[in-house]
Ligand binder design. Structure first.
Ligand code: MLT
Ligand code: ZN
Length: 468
């Protein structure tokens, strides 16, 4: 990837460069390819150019220029998205926030960290730890994803069961609207009963309302010491039985599941087997373990699960390294599946609806994908299931996507009946746009379009994402 500015033959870009002389603009084919795609790898990148602003004022100038020139903008963070929300395949200007990656301040009284949007989640974690606190949203892409992208998708991850989604942790946002206006949303206040809270509209808006240029994040105390267990389960029903048992007796920090097929891939990708033999379902759970009494409670829950036949085997980490190895079995799944070009569903139902829903899903998927490998894993304690369908080598891309889209239609109908969501945490983007109606009512989508028009009357920001 080149870091040098290239000659700007397009007069529209030349005008932008003249207006913002310090703005870094890239037009080399390698850069267009790099910044034009996300982790979906389905669309061929074709942006007009890449802008890398270093300051909020430059972002505002870019948005105003784009309004005048009628050029679409794709806001861009770490591009680890799985729904095509950061894809630029239609001559858009990609506005990468990666140079705006600094911590701007820490307030020990408010216990907030103010950051620029391009900072990685890992760097936010590190900065919070330096002050003896944590930013608790966490997931496997932490080293590459940006906080701006997390906000755009209301990212969830592995600790939602304890701490909730990104939305809970945003005290304030500064943003540039699609019309180029400067917005200061909530200003870090805890109490603010002064009308509409646009902060929450921007969170999860997938870059269609505004570009976040600064975020004030809430921090909290580190959790008490924890223990990590891996459990092997005999069948699907046991998943929620063990969840109910553990949740009743322990203070859970995480409760994640994966199947034997997921384990097969992650082991082939270098993870270490922790339980001998293969079982249909596995759970990685982490819970507060302050002292020996807490461990006794955990062990008695485990034994009860064994007596009931809900658990067939299990291991408990004896060190941080062992805990990390158990977590790798869950967190390494995405990377291990990537070479198989998976089609990803990221769905949720209420926790109480999980058992009935899982049974219907299993029937549907085994009927619709008889000869295709389907990998299940996810945040089952939040009612969030990731279904990854692996492309058989013999099937061409188009036929594979067509088959998966057909099944997703059926899945969307099932979700509608169970009151679930077609996207729990990855966002709608391009991938799930055709199924938005399964989760949102007609009137609600009409209002969403109107809200979009208010923030971005010319439809400059991320057009074609979320809805047309
Ligand atoms: C995960 O939970 O591992 C992520 O959402 C990524 C994925 O679904 O592949
Ligand atoms: Zn996930």
């Amino acid at each position: 990837m080149s870091t040098q500015a290239t000659p700007l033959t397009d007069p529209r870009l030349a005008e932008l460069a003249a207006e913002c002389p310090a703005l870094r603009l890239l037009t080399e084919p390698g850069d267009l390819e790099h910044y034009g795609r996300d982790w979906t790898r389905r669309w061929t990148p074709a942006p007009l150019a890449i802008a890398l602003p270093a300051a909020a004022e430059e972002v505002q100038a870019i948005v105003r220029w784009a309004n005048r020139q009628q050029i679409a903008i794709v806001p861009s963070g770490g591009r680890t998205g799985l729904s095509g929300g950061a894809v630029a395949a239609q001559g858009e200007l990609v506005v990468s926030l990666e140079r705006m990656n600094r911590v701007l301040g820490f307030d020990p009284v408010d216990r907030t960290l103010t950051v620029q949007p391009g900072i990685t989640l890992q760097a936010v974690h590190d900065a919070a730890r330096e002050h003896g606190l944590i930013y608790p949203v966490d997931f496997a892409a932490r080293g590459s994803c940006s906080i701006g992208g997390n906000i755009a998708t209301n990212a969830g991850g592995i600790r939602v069961i304890r701490y909730g989604n990104t939305r809970e942790w945003i005290a304030g946002l500064k943003a540039v609207s699609g019309a180029g206006e400067w917005l200061e949303l909530n200003r870090g206040l805890i109490k603010n009963s002064s009308g509409y809270d646009f902060r929450h509209l921007l969170i999860g808006s997938e870059g269609t309302l505004g570009i976040v240029v600064e975020a004030t994040l809430k921090l909290t105390d580190p959790p008490p010491p924890s223990q990590t267990m891996l459990l092997a389960l005999p069948d699907m029903d046991a998943l929620m039985q063990v969840f109910a048992l553990f949740r009743a007796r322990l203070s859970l920090q995480a409760f994640e599941f994966f199947t034997d097929i997921a384990q097969k891939h992650v082991l082939a990708h270098g993870a270490q087997r922790a339980i001998d033999g293969d079982y249909p379902y596995y759970v990685v759970t982490e819970f507060d373990a302050v002292d020996a009494t807490a461990m006794d409670v955990a062990l008695s829950a485990f034994e009860h699960g064994m007596e009931q036949g809900w658990i067939v085997d299990g291991v408990i980490a004896q060190s941080e390294a062992q805990a990390a190895a158990l977590w790798r079995l869950r967190e390494g799944i995405t990377e291990s599946l990537a070479p198989h070009r998976p089609y990803k569903n990221d769905i949720s139902v209420r926790i109480g609806a999980v058992p009935a829903f899982l049974h219907e899903m299993q029937t549907l998927l085994s009927h619709e994908y008889p000869d295709i490998e389907v990998v299940w894993f996810g945040h089952i304690g939040d009612g969030n299931l990731h279904i990854n369908v692996l492309k058989p080598a013999a099937l061409d891309d188009a036929a594979f996507i067509a088959q998966c889209e057909h099944v997703t239609k059926l899945l969307a109908a099932t979700l509608r009946r169970h009151g679930g969501s077609i996207s729990a945490e990855h966002g709608i983007g391009l991938v799930k746009k055709p199924y938005l109606e399964s989760t949102r009512g007609e009137a609600e989508i009409a209002l969403m379009r109107q809200v979009r028009h208010v923030f971005d009357p010319r439809g400059i920001l991320n057009p074609g994402k979320l809805f047309d």
